[in-house]
Design a protein around this ligand. Sequence first.
Ligand SMILES: [Zn+2]
Length: 68
Amino acid sequence: MATGRRSGNSAFDRLASHYDDVDLTCPACGYEDEDGRWQKKVRGKRVTFSHVCPSCGEVRTRTIDLNS
Ligand SMILES: [Zn+2]
C-alpha cells in the first residue's frame, strides 16, 4: 500500500517502479541484467526509458506519453 510519503507524480512513480522490476532481460542475447535498471528521463509529460545490455550492447528505448 502506498500510503506514506508521496514524491511527485504518482503516475511517474508507478511507471518507474514497473520498469525497474520488469524486462531487464535482453531480447537480443537473452542476458538477464539483474543489477541493471532502466534509465528514466522525464521531459514534461513524456517519459523515456532506456536500457543498455551490458553483454551485447543492445540499446532499448521506450517512450511513454502521459498526455494521451
Ligand atoms: Zn544483450
